[in-house]
Design a protein around this ligand. Structure first.
Ligand SMILES: C[S@@+](CC[C@H](N)C(=O)[O-])C[C@H]1O[C@@H](n2cnc3c(N)ncnc32)[C@H](O)[C@@H]1O
Length: 529
């Protein structure tokens, strides 16, 4: 920046450093803004930055204006629409994506996860190191991970064996050196194996064909015409694809002998349907390496890596990733990218990326974790006897439990009719041969939300609370996170003989489509009657 420009800016704006800006917003507006929140706004171009002698400055007036319009305005609008106040300090809207998915929290995708900062908030304010906390709907283990980070002992129960695997892998203590060398060795062996496969030439020719077609028919000019509404996308693309498939077919015939027809996992319906024979073969190879690992803890990490990879390489188009309509194994016209795309045809890149990512995340968490007990139990929370399980599996922890009993619960039950927790990881159940307990899930999507489903839900959740009560201290603090739009929880608490002390209302932001309509979830603080 030239001196003239700098003087001009200085005279018209009040430039401050990012740290100063965070302090000033905190003092003036009472918002818990941290320097990284402002860096984030700068990075995403929401506010301007001024670079002077390699230091970054921002205009405090602009920052203030940003927070006033974006935060205060939204608060007013939402509360006006809802007709009551929300607990904005629980929105965590200033927490960046990186922090929301910090260390092991992003080891594996899982629909319906807590944001770790929410757990952190309650654990910090209501519990102390050395306490024992319980999550009877543990899911991917967010409560237990946060507890471990804070030196709080924890117990988690989940009906889904795969969810228990995700949680265990996050919580286990590893010999990092051994973990790294074993996983990198497996990665290298698999990459070598893939490198040797026969269909390389076929793949290269297909890539070339796609490139030629994209250059000729789906150029920048095509996208411009499309944007101006001068081309009927469906008609035009299907005409081009006809021509493409004629050539593609010839290639397939030419390399007929190199292309696998069948591949492994023929008896596994999900794997057989959603993965090409080549991908299945590569996954089977990695799985055979997993089966040879002796260290049980590391073996589980490798399973998570394979499962995460499998999730990313399903035979689907870029525009159907979330819904999985029909399997697509061959190149297709992509409505998202406006050109010919090809479903992933090898696990190589994903396996490599996730191997490194998982090692890094586990290593990061290994530096933060405290010395505390944890226990993960697969089972039905309506019936499980935690005391018995602890005694069987962890005598030391059991002894501590006998002295202290459980100080509280922090949990989020399934929301009625929203998610099928086993089905969301169908590929993993087939890959590892885990037993499924779909019928024991409380409130799954496949049961819907009708009257009967609601009654079963009320019964199920209240049974869990009644069962868990046996293991709690009299003064236990219980927190239940839920979106109770059908108002089922008053009856649930009544049945469980529990009393609501307070209801926190947490605004849920960062959901672009929902941001316009107010959306919140409740955190019920309840106590045993
Ligand atoms: C909303 S999720 C919990 C997510 C968790 N808070 C997290 O951050 O990962 C609810 C969990 O309850 C589990 N669940 C459903 N029915 C259950 C039952 N009868 N016993 C134990 N767990 C059950 C589901 O498998 C699912 O993982």
């Amino acid at each position: 920046m030239t001196l003239d420009k700098w003087i001009h800016i200085r005279d018209h704006k009040k430039l401050v450093t990012i740290d100063e800006a965070a302090k000033e917003i905190k003092n003036k507006l009472g918002l818990n803004v941290m320097p990284h929140n402002i860096s984030y706004l700068v990075q995403y171009g929401r506010i301007n930055k001024y670079k002077i002698k390699n230091r970054v400055f921002v205009d405090i007036k602009e920052v203030e204006e940003y927070y006033k319009t974006h935060i205060f305005k939204k608060r007013e609008e939402w509360e006006q629409k809802l007709g009551f106040k929300l607990d904005w300090e629980l929105a965590f809207d200033l927490v960046t994506e990186k922090e929301r998915t910090k260390h092991v929290h992003r080891l594996h995708p899982y629909k319906g996860k807590f944001i770790p900062q929410l757990v952190e908030y309650f654990l910090k304010n209501y519990f102390k190191p050395g306490d024992i906390i319980l999550d009877p709907f543990m899911g991917s283990g967010t409560t237990l991970v946060q507890a471990l980070e804070m030196g709080i002992h924890s117990i988690g129960v989940d009906i889904s064996p795969f969810n228990c695997l995700i949680a265990e892998v996050k919580l286990q203590n590893y010999d990092i050196k051994k973990l790294r060398s074993t996983l990198l060795d497996m990665l290298n062996k698999t990459l070598e194996h893939i490198e040797q496969r026969k269909r390389k030439e076929f793949d290269e020719e297909v890539e070339l064909l796609i490139r030629k077609f994209n250059e000729k028919y789906f150029s920048q000019e095509y996208r411009r015409m499309l944007h101006m509404g001068k081309i009927n996308e469906k008609e035009y693309s299907s005409r081009v694809m006809q021509e493409f498939y004629a050539k593609y077919q010839k290639l397939k015939e030419k390399y007929r002998e190199d292309i696998s027809e069948d591949g492994p996992f023929k008896d596994k319906s999900f794997l057989y349907m959603w993965y090409s024979p080549e991908i299945r073969e590569e996954m089977a190879f990695y799985l055979s390496l997993i089966n040879n690992i002796e260290d049980e803890a590391i073996k589980k990490v490798a399973m998570i890596i394979l499962s995460r990879t499998a999730r990313s390489v399903r035979a689907t188009t870029h525009f159907d990733l979330a819904t999985l309509k029909n399997p697509v194994y061959d190149p297709y016209y992509c409505y998202k990218h406006k050109k010919i795309c090809r479903p992933v045809n090898t696990i190589a890149q994903h396996l490599k990326k996730y191997t490194y990512d998982v090692i890094e995340r586990i290593e990061e968490f290994s530096k933060l974790r405290k010395d505390a007990y944890y226990a993960v139990f697969q089972g039905d929370s309506r019936k499980i006897d935690i005391e018995e399980e602890l005694e069987k599996t962890n005598p030391e922890f059991f002894k501590l439990y006998q002295e202290k009993k459980i100080h509280g619960i922090f949990t989020s039950p399934p929301y009625l009719g929203q998610i099928d927790y086993h089905e969301q990881h169908a590929y993993a159940y087939e890959l590892f041969g885990f037993k499924r307990f779909d019928r024991l899930e409380i409130g799954p999507k496949f049961q819907g939300t009708n009257k009967k489903a609601q009654e079963e839900y009320i019964e199920g959740i209240s049974q869990v609370l009644l069962n868990m009560k046996r293991f709690l201290r009299k003064d236990a603090k219980i927190f239940i996170v839920v979106n109770d739009k059908r108002n089922l929880y008053p009856e649930i608490f009544e049945k469980a003989k529990m009393k609501v002390i307070k209801e926190f209302k947490r605004p849920v932001l960062n959901r672009t489509s929902r941001d316009r309509n107010p959306y919140y979830e409740s955190i019920f603080e309840v106590e045993v009657e």
